[in-house]
Design a protein around this ligand. Structure first.
Ligand code: BYC
Length: 322
């Protein structure tokens, strides 16, 4: 039988990439991707991983002073979860061809960012509640959207992270509820924490769409499936009724239900203050980064010992199979 000589040329790697994006399918590490897509993914996943790791510090500050054994056990578990999220995310980032050591170096040299929100101090126990309720709440609003992001390893990491973040958000809300229903001093502490964390939590979702440098391209590539402003609106809509339930006042005189839009209207965010924090001039930027670098340096002997142990085990395994 005569062999067919028709060898239909398949799509080029670039066409295949566009087809996968258009079909809403995932890009996997083995797939060809434009260099700018790879760079954007590394930037965003690294920033996310660094945020999870540095994000341990503000709440970690209260582990030794948690008001009961139960609260302490919950907080230790929550902070450990955040470290775990950082580890999944560094692994996802490594699939793009960059090592964890390189990512740490970039953070320590100030060449990669972490979220603005972790540059504020935790002044009272109520801040632990406010972080769980508002910061984890905002993070979930963003991350639920990211479960549909186009890069497979990142999307899958987000599914798992979101499950844990939902629990974190509930434990924060429960702390706030206990304080809001407690003594007058406790209620004031909860209100004070809401006053200080509300605006930074809204800003953490990124600059307004018209000032966002990456949104347009990231939407085209399916990296982002919702814009910063869309996610911010969702977060406000779901959080305002929760504040009302707690009997606490959202610190925004412009906050009003808009019947026509079916959304809460809210006031102007102070974007100059946000950019100051992003540029490194927030209340705790220097302290957070210095602590991170010190922890990395102090842990060098542990990493060296683990590597030496792994090499020894491998040597033994080889000897046994020889
Ligand atoms: N802070 O064009 P845009 C957690 C930068 S941790 C600092 O909108 P993009 C938790 C942005 O990088 C979870 N910088 O950017 C842990 C860009 O500058 P570069 C944290 C910010 O990437 C422990 C420039 O502004 N979540 O839940 O399209 C305890 C223009 O912005 C920030 C994530 O990391 C900011 N807030 O969109 C408790 C989510 N916002 O890079 C809780 C993953 C913007 O060009 N990240 N910038 O120099 C994302 O989804 C997106 O990167 C963003 C920004 C929505 C944040």
């Amino acid at each position: 039988m005569e062999q067919s000589t028709v060898t239909a040329a398949g799509p080029t790697p670039a066409e295949r990439f566009d087809q996968l994006i258009a079909a809403g399918e995932k890009i996997e590490p083995r797939d060809w991707m434009p260099e700018a897509y790879r760079r954007t993914m590394i930037r965003q996943i690294a920033q996310h991983a660094h945020s999870e790791v540095i994000g341990q510090q503000p709440e970690g500050n209260w582990i030794t002073r948690a008001p009961s054994l139960r609260r302490k056990a919950i907080l230790v578990a929550k902070v450990q979860d955040e470290a775990g999220h950082g580890l999944y995310l560094y692994s996802a980032c490594e699939t793009l061809g960059i090592s964890r050591d390189e990512l740490n170096d970039l953070l320590h040299q100030g060449r990669q960012k972490y979220s603005s929100i972790f540059n504020y101090p935790t002044l009272s126990w109520a801040d632990v509640g406010a972080i769980g309720w508002l910061v984890d709440g905002a993070a979930i609003a963003n991350q639920v959207a990211l479960t549909r992001t186009s890069y497979g390893p990142y999307a899958r990491a987000m599914v798992r992270v979101c499950k844990e973040e939902s629990f974190h958000q509930r434990q924060g809300f429960e702390i706030m509820m206990t304080l809001a229903r407690g003594s007058e001093a406790q209620r004031e502490m909860a209100q004070d924490a809401l006053n200080r964390w509300w605006w930074p939590s809204l800003a953490m979702l990124g600059p307004p769409d018209e000032q966002s440098t990456h949104t347009e391209q990231s939407m085209q590539w399916g990296i982002k499936v919702e814009t910063n402003d869309e996610i911010r609106q969702k977060f406000v809509d779901q959080t305002v009724p929760q504040a009302q339930f707690l009997g606490l006042a959202v610190p925004d005189p412009a906050l009003a239900w808009n019947e026509e839009r079916g959304h809460w209207d809210f006031g102007e965010i102070d974007w100059d203050a946000f950019w100051e924090v992003v540029r490194g001039n927030g209340p705790c930027n220097r302290e957070r980064l210095a602590h991170k670098v010190k922890a990395w340096e102090d842990g060098a002997w542990v990493r060296e010992a683990a590597l030496a142990h792994a090499a020894k085990q491998e040597g033994r395994g080889l000897a046994a199979t020889a």
